[in-house]
Design a protein around this ligand. Structure first.
Ligand SMILES: Cc1ncc(C[n+]2csc(CCOP(=O)(O)OP(=O)(O)O)c2C)c(N)n1
Length: 376
């Protein structure tokens, strides 16, 4: 199914054209190149490489029954990694399913991140959230609720409070193309524009909402085009081109930080894997489509650029892969050895003072035999 082409706008409009920097041979378009410093490029490559390894390992763990669920970012690593590199300490991030790695780039420890996926005693959320729904207070990163869309309204609310408090910070909210059919998307876009909230709302258009293609979500030619109706800049960027994402996100964040209001970004990309570990995409999309997108892999494209700039050799790349694989393996080993959260923690964090009926239940819990297979 293809989207009808009835729009009257020019293909050079930022909300219809695709903003790109990286060329296929690894060189850049001089007109759009953000000239990222070499150190930032190396960091970006390292983070993307680690995320790819981490995702693959987590999927294996889920298949082995060692964790319950995982939502991978395979093919969509450029957006979260560029975002993490651009955020400042006081900024807030509201993820959807595929942006959890932003918090790692912002310094959240890998072990604590993995513990959230295991939901054990190393998890700052005490095992109460679904895996792949992490939060990190120390890096202003807020979990999503699993409902697709509400995190955008949360991001806008936070931005509005920043404005009231006259803070020079930015709130960033993410969603997928499917979430643009939710009321929350429209509420967030309208409120952000009317109240000039310092936020960046980002849609990772990976072209599939589980088994529903984007053409079934919207009849507008692009998703970025919708920003125009709400009265804010919309830009459509090649989501597999980390240099392009870095430039576009950087400009949108600067706009918000300087009091010029919100922006909307559509990152056009592709979900290479299954929707989640509960999905089999071979039932609804063709291998040809997946293979065509594999040729546009964001990590390969950045690697070609690094080689082109003589910032990476094959030997260095191999050594990096080994180092990062060992880092992920060590985190998994350390975290898997941890016990489940203490049973008492079930009754914590609701009342400042525990009421009598919970005290009774707590006593019962403490005297109950251990659950099979667990120490407590
Ligand atoms: C309000 C709501 N409706 C339906 C679902 C079921 N659901 C879970 S993920 C998903 C698809 C999300 O697609 P998209 O927003 O494109 O993000 P993607 O998973 O592709 O990154 C749906 C429909 C949900 N979680 N919440």
């Amino acid at each position: 199914m293809t989207t009808p082409e009835f729009h009257p706008f020019l293909e050079t409009d930022p909300d219809i054209a695709l903003f790109r920097v990286l060329r296929d041979d690894g060189s850049t378009d001089p007109a759009t190149d953000p000239h990222m410093p070499d150190a930032t490029l190396k960091r970006a490559y390292r983070e993307m490489r680690r995320l790819r390894i981490l995702d693959a390992r987590m999927i294996v763990l889920q298949r082995q029954g060692r964790v319950g669920f995982y939502g991978a970012a395979h093919g969509q690593e450029a957006v979260p990694i560029a975002t993490g590199l651009l955020t400042q300490k006081d900024d807030w991030v509201y993820q959807a399913l595929r942006e959890q790695s932003v918090m790692l780039v912002r310094g959240f420890p890998l072990e604590k991140f993995v513990a959230q996926i295991f939901g054990n005693s190393g998890d700052v959320l005490k095992g109460r959230q679904m895996p792949s729904h992490p939060s990190g207070r120390e890096v202003n990163h807020v979990s999503w609720s699993s409902c697709i869309g509400p995190q955008l309204t949360h991001a806008v609310g936070t931005a509005w409070s920043m404005k009231i408090k006259k803070q020079k910070a930015v709130s960033i909210g993410f969603c997928g193309d499917g979430a643009t059919s939710q009321g929350d998307f429209h509420n967030a876009m309208n409120f952000a524009a009317v109240f000039k909230a310092p936020c960046v709302l980002v849609c990772q258009n990976n072209q599939w909402s589980i088994s529903v293609p984007t053409a079934r979500q919207t009849i507008t030619k692009t998703i970025a085009l919708k920003a125009r109706a709400y009265g804010m800049p919309g830009i459509r960027v090649d989501g597999n081109d980390i240099l392009a994402v870095y430039k576009v996100m950087g400009e949108a964040m600067k706009r918000a930080r300087e009091g010029d209001g919100p922006s909307f970004i559509e990152a056009f990309t592709y979900r290479m894997g299954a929707h989640s570990t509960s999905d089999d995409p071979t039932r609804y999309r063709s291998n040809d489509e997946v293979e065509a997108w594999a040729k546009k892999d964001p990590l390969d494209r950045l690697r070609r650029h690094m080689v082109h700039k003589k910032l990476l050799t094959d030997a260095q790349d191999k050594a990096l892969e080994e180092e990062l694989t060992a880092e992920v393996a060590a985190a998994v080993t350390a975290v898997e050895a941890l016990p489940p959260p203490p049973r008492e923690s079930l009754l914590e964090d609701v009342y400042a003072e525990m009421p009598w009926h919970l005290k009774e239940q707590l006593l019962e819990l403490q005297n109950a035999p251990p659950a099979p297979g667990h120490g407590g």
